[in-house]
Design a protein around this ligand. Structure first.
Ligand code: ADP
Length: 516
């Protein structure tokens, strides 16, 4: 069996050896066991179902939410001489019918469909009739409401599958999944086995840039990286439009993409970027799911996204070809307000909102930690490197180590004196000695810690508090207005049992551009 898989890899795909996790996942399927494969973007998930699909008798059904990608995948398989097709709403009813007829005659080894297709009784009848080699759920995190891209249509496939005369072997694939999501996928699809290759993308260097004029930063960055292809993610459509206008006026080769544009404009922009007719893409997060462009050298986030899952997925669109690439997040404190607003305005259930606030806090912490950024992200997915990557902005820039234990003690004792009832903003105001109306209202100006760090700006103080939170030296209670609470680490610092180090280093203008 094993040799056969290797032979398929070589003869069909022209590759000499499997990438980590591929062979294992393939073996599970070939032996009739369901499997969840968690692999990083560009890790080679498609081969995990394509090889068993070739090796096994019958038709493989690939469920993908990415209509844009189906055609590419099918074209690629056809080019290899494999009978493959797709059915989705982009086809005329006649085309759909012809393809369905050919599927029911068993003429295809691979059929790509969108999840909604399972709502069609005609399609279900075809599935009843044919021999199915396997069913693959691509982008399987869409099945879980704990994931960042939940699609109800994905979940409604499950009861439909139960009606099939014989339950086919199933494979779920995803690049981003927290423990919660992994467990949910397993439970939903009755999958016992997981192949998890970890997430590290060794060619990506992460950077967090704070306290800089974002537009000026982008401009100097682009000056340094003239020939390279990159994506700039903005937080809103309006921001996308205005950034696009600016770059376009400055003569950059740039396309834009957001949900407010017509389908035609979006398609055109996407194609221009993918085919290197446009060098840059300015977009909201509507752009990118399933975009298979290998030579994206950088992904810049103009504002902080809502959670680490989204960030890692979006940033991960850089460097799919394995070449060194940069993922840059431009942070400003207003980004937090925007994300909170978006959660508050959404019509999610209260419990889901709370979970979103929790995820947002982890994202905020990413922007303030002085630890290795790669390790922070992987740790979030419970796959910590337990070492420093040596590439991210925190690893590269940690020249100057400053003892800030005394300041930390002042901050922590202020939190304590404020009764652990207030958030970052108010605490910074008290430390600064601000004359804000609310301070008087709550009589916080009478505290002994009022104005105790008045030599610093409110912004610096905010930054320090966020740093303490990010390093888990201070806790936050979750929710829309997270209040600061002391934890065991805080107590140790207050007792002088622990030293607090901060790494400060000046950021030269072209710091990221100089990286390679
Ligand atoms: P994913 O879906 O995990 O993001 P893909 O399946 O699109 O990744 O694969 C990414 C790229 O890696 C593709 O160009 C694919 O042909 C290539 N690839 C996959 N497996 C191998 C392998 N074993 N050896 C070399 N290249 C591979």
């Amino acid at each position: 069996m094993g040799l056969r898989e290797e032979k398929l890899l070589q003869t069909y795909f022209g590759y000499q050896q499997f990438r980590p996790g591929q062979k294992e996942a393939i073996d599970f399927i070939i032996n009739g066991n369901n499997i969840l494969a968690v692999m990083p973007t560009g890790g080679g998930k498609s081969l995990c179902y394509q090889i068993p699909g070739l090796a096994l008798e019958g038709t493989a059904i690939i469920i993908s939410p990415l209509i844009s990608l189906m055609k590419d995948q099918v074209d690629a398989l056809q080019a290899l001489g494999v009978a493959a097709t797709y059915i989705n709403s982009s086809l005329s009813p006649e085309q759909q019918q012809t393809r369905l007829r050919d599927i029911s005659l068993g003429r295809y080894k691979f059929v790509y469909v969108a999840p909604e297709r399972f709502e069609s009784s005609f399609f279900m009848r075809v599935l009843h009739r044919i021999r199915i080699s396997l069913i693959a759920f691509d982008e399987a995190h869409c099945i879980s409401q704990w994931g960042h891209d939940f699609r109800p249509s994905y979940r409604s496939i499950i009861p439909q599958l139960q009606q099939l005369p014989k339950r086919p072997v199933m494979m779920a694939l995803t690049a981003t999944a927290t423990t919660e999501v992994i467990e949910d996928i397993q439970q939903q699809l009755h999958i016992e086995n997981v192949v998890n290759t970890g997430f590290e993308r060794e060619n990506l260097a992460f950077h967090v840039i704070k306290g800089r004029d974002k537009r000026a930063y982008i401009q100097s960055f682009l000056q340094e990286r003239k020939e390279e292809s990159g994506i700039i993610y903005a937080a809103t459509r309006k921001q996308t439009d205005s950034l696009y206008d600016q770059l376009e006026t400055q003569g950059y080769s740039v396309a834009k993409y957001h949900a407010g544009l017509s389908e035609m404009d979006r398609k055109r922009a996407q194609a221009a970027f993918i085919h290197d007719e446009k060098q840059l893409m300015v977009a909201t997060n509507a752009f990118g799911m399933g975009i298979d462009k290998s030579n994206v050298r950088f992904v810049i986030h103009y504002a902080m996204p809502m959670n680490i899952e989204s960030y890692y997925q979006e940033a991960g669109r850089a460097g799919r070809d394995g070449e060194k690439s940069d993922c840059i997040l431009l942070f400003s404190p207003q980004d937090i307000q925007l994300q909170k607003f978006l959660i508050e305005q959404s019509n999610m259930e209260e419990s889901v909102k709370q979970a979103e606030y929790r995820k947002l806090q982890a994202m905020i912490n990413y922007c303030h930690t002085h630890s290795c950024l790669t390790d922070y992200i992987l740790g979030y997915f419970h796959a910590s490197l337990k070492k420093r990557c040596g590439r991210c902005s925190n690893c590269v820039k940690r020249q100057e180590k400053v003892d800030m234990t005394e300041e930390a003690q002042k901050i922590l004792s202020c939190v304590k004196r404020m009764g652990e009832k207030f958030g970052v903003g108010m605490t910074a105001k008290v430390l600064k000695g601000s004359k804000d109306r609310k301070i008087r209202q709550f009589r916080l100006h009478t505290l002994s810690t009022y104005g105790i760090l008045s030599a610093y700006t409110e912004r610096e103080l905010t930054e320090w508090i966020q740093f303490l939170v990010a390093e888990q030296l201070l806790a936050t209670e979750e929710g829309k207005f997270p209040t600061l609470k002391l934890n065991q680490q805080s107590v140790d610092i207050l007792k002088g049992k622990r030293t607090v180090w901060m790494f400060t280093a000046p950021m030269p203008t072209n710091d990221v551009a100089d990286y390679h």
